[in-house]
Design a protein around this ligand. Structure first.
Ligand code: 2P0
Length: 367
């Protein structure tokens, strides 16, 4: 049996994707620019499974693993994809599990159709960090799934065996599972261009990880799953009066952010990044109905971080995705000092200590 195991990292957007022009295909209303992380990863194992095994229909719980079977409608009604998820220690509700597994099954079918695959597959996926709390688990999850599934259908053994056009194709497929997942196909600093005015909306690495070795420290205030999904948040964004303003500004903000990166101007990059995070959450709060991902804890922390910076304690900038947990972007050499100072002042559920990384990995395991 041959198993294709992909490890794909989460990414954190410095310039956020928030609002889209269409869901299928995913077309972003604004350009986004992210940092691919190193340690927060999803691991996905995919193998082709024979017909007789795939025809077992009932799902079930095996230890902590949640498994469901989905008909391969694209191949034959008698074939089933077997999708399993190994929950992170923080756990997920069963309702989230089944929705999550159905989205994975849908993505498998999409990849199989796109690449002309001809077998049912078994998918086992897990993360080393909590899911559904605004930590980009869908980005790493759909990136790993896309890499492992494509490797299985193509028989590719290592990530470096994919050529650049193939990686681009994988990124465009991954974003159909979750928009931000397309960016996790590349290491370093990655852009996803807007599809406004008929543009193609391509995804590409702008700079490799070593260009500017940044740290991302994630202060986790809550592991409760968010009440409004990112997908619904994207949909609601258009109801905000601030939305068009952000769309109009986004191209120039992208160019300035890229320039700050090019010149390794951390201060300018950080200022632009904070402005954009505030803009995104401003849109959320002014959507109809309003969406509030930030909590009192997040706001208190963000204010504290700015005051520390303004009084010259350290140079670090915040960004926050669709959840209450705050990412602190700093230079790698300042990371441990920042963590120590934060923990003197704040009680957090956990701290995820991460940094910029170089993208997905793949291995072919024969047993
Ligand atoms: C981002 N986020 O750029 C933004 C910032 C969260 C906040 O993209 O509905 O799961 O699949 O297109 O990628 C999270 O939303 O959205 C996200 P879909 P996704 O990372």
């Amino acid at each position: 049996m041959i198993i294709y195991e992909a490890v794909a990292p989460a990414n954190i957007a410095l310039l956020k994707y928030w609002g889209r022009l269409s869901l299928r295909p995913r077309r972003a209303a604004t350009p986004s620019l992210s940092v691919t992380l190193s340690r927060s990863v999803s691991v996905t194992r995919v193998e082709a499974i024979p017909e007789q095994e795939a025809t077992i229909k009932q799902g079930g719980h095996q230890a902590k693993q949640v498994t469901m079977f989905f008909p391969c409608a694209d191949l034959s009604p008698n074939l089933y994809d077997r999708i399993s998820y190994l929950p992170h220690d923080s756990g997920m509700t069963n309702q989230v599990d089944s929705q999550f597994l159905a989205k994975i099954a849908q993505q498998v079918q999409f990849i199989r159709r796109t690449l002309g695959g001809d077998s049912a597959v078994s998918v086992v996926t897990e993360n080393n960090f909590p899911v559904g709390v605004g930590l980009a688990s869908s980005a790493s999850g759909f990136a790993a799934l896309t890499v492992a599934t494509a490797a299985c259908f193509w028989g590719v053994a290592e990530f470096s065996d994919f050529d650049q056009p193939s990686i681009h194709k994988l990124a465009m497929m991954a974003k159909e599972g979750s928009g931000s997942a397309g960016r996790s196909l590349f290491g370093g600093f990655v852009s996803w261009r807007s599809s406004q005015n008929g543009a193609k909306g391509s995804i590409a690495q702008e700079f490799p990880a070593h260009h500017m070795p940044l740290a991302d420290t994630i202060f986790v205030f809550s592991q409760q799953p968010k009440k409004v999904s990112s997908s619904d948040g994207h949909q609601l964004a258009q109801t905000s009066q601030l939305y068009q303003l952000r769309v109009q500004r986004s191209e120039s903000r992208f160019i300035r952010m890229r320039q700050a990166l090019l010149t390794q101007d951390f201060t300018h990059l950080g200022e632009l990044m904070e402005q954009d995070a505030i803009d995104m959450h401003g849109i959320c709060l002014t959507s109809t109905p309003p969406v509030s991902y930030l909590t009192e804890d997040s706001l208190k922390f963000m204010n504290w971080l700015v005051s520390q910076r303004n009084t010259g304690q350290f140079e670090a900038y915040f960004t926050v995705d669709a959840g209450p947990n705050v990412h602190v972007i700093s230079k790698v050499e300042d990371q441990s000092d920042i963590i120590n100072r934060v923990l003197e002042v704040f009680q957090v559920e956990s701290v995820i200590v991460d940094r910029i990384g170089s993208g997905p990995r793949l291995q072919r395991i024969t047993n």
